[in-house]
Design a protein around this ligand. Structure first.
Ligand code: GLY
Length: 594
């Protein structure tokens, strides 16, 4: 028996939702040993010689449950919740709060995110807890007197949208929670009372040291004594622990009202920010229908607006389906050309058309249809790259980037994919004095000046202009894939700002078109194109020089990135039910199963 069966029903609504919870946990997997990591099938595939992540890496395998996050401590919290009888949703809520403590560059209670859910009985849904523009926000709030963009959408108090994470976790728990709310917040409180500093945490602080010194409270919180926390020392966040206790004890009121809200508003007043008590009290998270589309017989469910992820992925997937990528060969110039040409067209439409559908009309049905993709991709030539200057939007209308993703599957077959962010690394760099958490700088994801690039180089249009209460367009793409038999197959997601959509799509192509193991799919080098700038990016040493030359001969401007791209957390369900997971080695995360 799981706790949800025995837990007292709280309200009539809870009783109704209890039926859904029942669906969420009903079908228990049989007790069989999982495949050993070296028994997991993998594709015969070679990565470029100098590529640092091996093609023969082995996944973590387990039978009963799997958690893959960017941080070992957060993964431990999640897998313990599963061991304690919690569902994937319980684990997802606990992991979200844990990441707010151990991964402050991206994990958060001062930001927002998206969740895609598939229950064991096949129901899919999506939760939008993206930040909203404060009620006092105005279209030109980030322009100076000459109409030029300032850095105020990126740095400081004015950059923050109204945070959504706490309300999102509360809504998730109301609908699908099995263990008590308090039990899911408690592990984060323990971590805020003190955790041992590991290299991953120290590196993230070290890498942003200069920015963290800009605001006194942030410096005092993350650089105690003016220094990067030492490896092996205990890092304590007493003010954050107190905030989490208020959230544990009173749910969203512990954040959106009372002492925490007072501290947020006081911080705003100190730094000329505009978030008010009314903004906090009026914040809502929304359940939405995921964007669902098929790709070579597999069904992909990903995030609808206010994320652009699902719709853009659907458009690019439908265009790409016109070619047999396996026949072209993995990372052949022809395969990369097909991806890049479909991506430049899909991003052109994304940037012009997609936005918060609670505020603007978006022709979403047509955007995600195979018919539109066929029209949109009709002028893709295999002989030459189409310059982005020749690729206007095809439709008319009437995430140093830090975000983090985690994937969880439980023993019952429920799956949760979550991508959450405060936008830039350490968000606005403003820590709420007395409350111990960083505020996001998500307002930069609006088109602060339509037609001009944001920090990700995305050139977005009027649809995504700032309006009070509107959610800024995101690229975050938590994604769940089922196989042609409609069985859970693959859970994936990543940070990476504008590269999120192409990264998640590449993991799907890797497993669907090329039969890669989950480890190969995550380890494989990545490429990216986003229409503007008109450049085809690849990870450092991620393409063979002859492939680069062939792409240049087709007319692509090919650009090697300084480092790597993304931090995918992926779980694959193998035909015998084994859960195989790979946490991206690029940032040093951890997959744990049991
Ligand atoms: N802040 C990055 C994104 O939401 O896409």
């Amino acid at each position: 028996m799981t706790p949800s069966w025995t837990r007292p029903i709280r309200t009539t609504r809870a009783a109704l939702l209890g039926l859904i919870t029942l669906a969420f946990i009903a079908c228990e997997a049989p007790e069989r040993a999982p495949l050993a990591p070296d028994e997991v099938p993998r594709a015969a595939i070679d990565f470029p010689d100098d590529w640092r992540f091996p093609a023969d890496a082995l996944p973590v395998t387990a039978r009963n449950g799997m958690v893959s996050t960017t941080d070992a401590l957060a993964s431990e919290v999640g897998v313990q919740i599963l061991r304690d009888g919690g569902t994937a949703m319980d684990a997802a809520i606990a992991v979200s709060f844990a990441l707010a403590v151990v991964n402050p560059s991206a994990g958060n209670i001062g930001g927002g995110g998206f969740m895609v859910v598939r229950t064991a009985d096949g129901e899919t849904t999506a939760l939008d807890y993206r930040e909203k523009a404060p009620l006092a926000a105005t279209r030109d709030m980030y322009l100076d007197d000459e109409g030029e963009l300032t850095d105020r959408s990126v740095l400081g108090h004015l950059a923050a949208g109204v945070p959504g994470t706490v309300m999102g976790m509360w809504e998730a728990h109301q609908r699908y929670g099995s263990l008590p709310w308090e039990a899911l917040v408690e592990p984060a409180i323990d971590l805020a009372d003190g955790f041992e500093v590991a290299e991953r945490f120290a590196r993230s602080i070290r890498g942003s040291r200069t920015a963290l010194e800009l605001f006194d409270t942030t410096r005092e919180t993350f650089l105690p004594g003016g220094e990067v926390p030492e490896l092996g020392s205990t890092f304590r966040q007493p003010e954050l622990a107190a905030t989490l206790r208020r959230i544990r004890d009173t749910g969203p009121d512990g954040f959106y009202r009372g002492e925490t809200a007072d501290l947020i508003v006081a911080e705003m007043e100190r730094g000329n920010g505009i978030i008010t008590h009314e903004d906090l009290e009026r914040y809502t998270a929304e359940w939405r229908d995921p964007i669902t589309f098929t790709y070579r017989g597999y069904t992909v469910s990903s995030m609808p607006p206010s994320s652009s992820g699902g719709a853009t992925m659907a458009l690019m997937a439908h265009m790409v389906e016109g070619w047999d990528l396996a026949e072209l060969g993995w990372h052949s110039p022809e395969m990369i050309h097909v991806l890049a040409e479909s991506w430049r067209r899909a991003y052109s439409d994304r940037n012009q058309v997609l936005a918060d559908t609670d505020f603007v009309e978006v022709p979403l049905d047509r955007f995600v249809s195979a018919e539109y993709a066929a029209e949109r991709g009709a002028d893709i030539s295999m002989e030459r790259a189409t310059p982005s200057s020749e690729v206007g939007p095809g439709l008319e209308v009437g995430e140093g980037t830090q975000t983090t993703h985690y994937s969880i599957v439980d023993r019952y077959g429920n799956a949760v994919a979550v991508t959450t962010t405060i936008n830039s690394s350490f968000g606005s760099k403003v820590t709420v004095e007395g409350a111990g958490f960083l505020l996001n700088n998500e307002m930069d994801d609006f088109a602060a000046k339509p037609g001009f690039p944001n920090q990700f180089g995305l050139v977005q249009g009027e649809q995504n202009a700032i309006e009070p209460g509107k959610r800024m367009l995101s690229a975050m793409s938590p994604t769940i894939v089922t196989n042609p038999a409609d069985e859970l197959f693959f859970v994936s997601g990543t940070p990476g700002g504008s590269t999120i959509i192409t990264t998640v799509f590449q993991t799907i192509v890797n497993v669907v078109d090329f039969g890669m193991s989950v480890s190969q799919a995550v380890h494989a080098p990545r490429i990216h194109h986003q229409h503007l700038p008109d450049q085809l990016y690849y990870e450092n040493q991620g393409l063979h020089p002859s492939v680069v030359e062939a792409l240049e001969a087709l007319g692509h401007t090919v650009q090697q990135r300084g480092g790597t791209s993304g931090d995918v957390q992926a779980i694959m369900v193998l035909p015998d039910g084994t859960l195989a997971a790979q946490s991206d080695p690029r940032l040093g995360g951890t997959a744990l199963g049991y």
